[in-house]
Design a protein around this ligand. Sequence first.
Ligand SMILES: Cc1cc2nc3c(=O)[nH]c(=O)nc-3n(C[C@H](O)[C@H](O)[C@H](O)COP(=O)(O)O)c2cc1C
Length: 391
Amino acid sequence: MSGTDCALLSPFKIRDTVFPNRVVLAPMMQCRAIDGHMSDWHLVHYGKFALGGFGTVMTEAVAVEPGGRISYGCPGLWSDDHIPMLRRIVDFVHSQGALAAIQLGHSGRKGSSHRPWEANYGPITPADALPGEGPWPLVGPVAKPVTEGSLAPHALTVEEIRAIVVKFGEAARRADEAGFDMIEIHGAHGYLIASFLTPLVNERTDEYGGDRTGRMRLALEVTREIRANWPAGKALFFRVSSEDGGGPGGWSVEDSVALARELHQAGVDVVDCSSGGLRSSAVLQNNARGLGFQVPYADQIRHDASLPTMAVGLILDGQQAEAILREDRADFIAIGRQAMYDPFWVHHAAQQLQTDPQFNQWNQSAGWWLQRRVGTLKLAGCRADGTRAEA
Ligand SMILES: Cc1cc2nc3c(=O)[nH]c(=O)nc-3n(C[C@H](O)[C@H](O)[C@H](O)COP(=O)(O)O)c2cc1C
């Protein structure tokens, strides 16, 4: 296959922004920020995916206010002081020809948690809090805790909701100043926006609750506020839990289709189709999940709501990703844990799809040498990727 025949490596234009290929680094929280600030650790972490050929490098969820973090290690964009480090990361990503995206979110009822490797990701309690990292008050649509026994959130007043909406807009303005090319609104996994969408949590009787229109109000207000503070030429994605995973009577894929139509009207360009996470982690479940188990959501929302979608979840290699695009089931592919395993995932996918036999897509410091190793490897009975030919 030549590079031009490969859907995965083909560009995609949204507004004034040209995505160099269809592969996006999925947002993955790192829990390594301090007071919301990213550091050189994040520069190296995100930078390696730009070197690895990802067309778009997306940050983890970045909180619009301190209480909107999931853990004390989550980054934020509630202050102009956060901008300079983000700009350094964006500049490096750009220097490698990739786009930089930021996921903006608010943890809502699922904030005040430990880092995953501390106390198994559970809620912080006074008894197990680290020094200076006590529990903080949670917020939600109603005073209903995530699970029985966890901290009950404060039910947000209408004024408080509007103040959070404004904070999303302020964060968008800062994201533009930092040079980001795309914002993704985190509307999934049971966090604040998702908790307003689902009837399993949102029992409000005012304009932010009730029927689906009321429950969608926060998502749409956040979208419009971001659009008002984000250049018209830049792309806006929205991550939805296509089904909330909370059981009967919950948010369904048909609800997601209806939401996607409204979001599109309000200025969202692409819906990123995840699922679950209402009561626990959307990822930490060992139930039977086939490869690409969320692709059917991206497929249905793309066709029924007539807008581009991104597929995510257990997409492991180039052939699988290429097939999803060729079958018109999604427009973008987000790679999460497989990118942790292999930050050079895109370059390796290109090898697998035989679109870059000469290593031209790699940075020259590596590609020049890998190209010249091919002949030597052949004589040694190995393929260009270093695997043994007989294996
Ligand atoms: C360590 C880790 C952190 C994550 N953090 C976020 C996050 O900040 N925002 C989000 O929307 N999803 C988050 N996710 C979910 C991923 O974006 C992705 O949807 C999920 O891992 C499934 O894709 P995968 O099978 O390619 O890993 C996280 C997943 C992991 C493994």
